[in-house]
Design a protein around this ligand. Structure first.
Ligand SMILES: [Mn+2]
Length: 267
């Protein structure tokens, strides 16, 4: 199974990162997509599920004061993918991955996978399995952007290494490590991402300059690392700072700073 996708050379690209069960933020993004031109592609960069526990929500309400509605997000992404699968692209996050055989996360509960699974209806369980087991791990925009949940490093020698069943079975250490990096790594040193962008550029015959990823947090809603990685932040930023990207697929992106005019406030 193919785990990466190359987008068209024209049209509009929306990129959003971690939602962690925030239904209001999801619906705001969906409304943007629904109101966008028909040549719009939306890349959802993982960690759809697993919201804050009640204590965290109480202690930091400006960042985490929302109800965990992961089950509803599964329903609504599944429904949208049924209508617009060719334009709505879901990239697996490490939290989602726990539901399809990867290591379970323990950010807000001892076992967040078990916590959510215990609340899902059989239908929601089936939708989650379909969404997450068929998810992408990387999306490439020919305008110069590589999109992943984490920020992969030297182990991701080729996008082809991502292809195949999830989780990777035993015996293919190279693939296990490459997928692990793609799901779990935070920002890389600039030279590591530079090598990655050069390898994937050579593989795809494109000129890729920036890794846009999720997985991390920044209260300002946007950060750049290493001169070649960037994240628009939703989860972990206050409402006023939550951001997504709206990129022109026809215009080459030379640097993370060149994406700043493409930042949009979510609320
Ligand atoms: Mn993550």
């Amino acid at each position: 199974m193919k785990r990466s996708l190359v987008l068209p050379r024209a049209g509009q690209l929306l990129v959003s990162t971690d939602l962690h069960g925030n239904l209001r933020d999801w619906r705001a993004l969906r409304a943007v997509f629904e109101a966008s031109p028909p040549d719009t592609h939306w890349v959802v960069l993982g960690d759809l599920v697993h919201g804050p526990d009640e204590q965290t929500a109480r202690l930091k309400p400006q960042l985490y004061g929302f109800e965990d509605q992961s089950a509803e997000l599964i329903d609504e992404l599944f429904e949208l993918r049924e209508r617009c699968a060719d334009r709505v692209h879901f990239v697996l996050g490490n939290h989602d991955a726990g539901h399809v055989g990867f290591r379970h996360t323990a950010k807000f509960h001892t076992d967040e996978v078990e916590h959510l699974e215990s609340k899902l209806t059989p239908r929601q369980h089936e939708c989650a399995q379909q969404l997450f087991s068929n998810a992408l791990l990387a999306v490439v925009a020919p305008c110069g952007v590589l999109m992943t949940h984490g920020s992969p490093g030297d182990a991701l020698t080729s996008l082809a290494l991502l292809d195949g069943p999830l989780p990777p079975g035993p015996g293919n250490e190279e693939r296990i490590v490459a997928i692990g990096e793609t799901l779990w790594c935070y920002g890389q040193r600039g030279e590591v991402s530079q090598r990655l962008l050069q390898r994937i550029s050579a593989e795809t015959a494109l000129d890729l300059r920036v890794v846009v990823h999720g997985h991390d947090r920044d209260e300002s809603g946007w950060f750049i690392e290493g001169g070649n990685q960037a994240q628009p932040v939703i989860f972990g930023a206050p409402d006023a700072n939550k951001k997504y990207l709206c990129v022109d697929l026809a215009k080459h992106v030379e640097s993370p700073e060149a994406l700043e005019p493409s930042l949009r406030s979510l609320h």
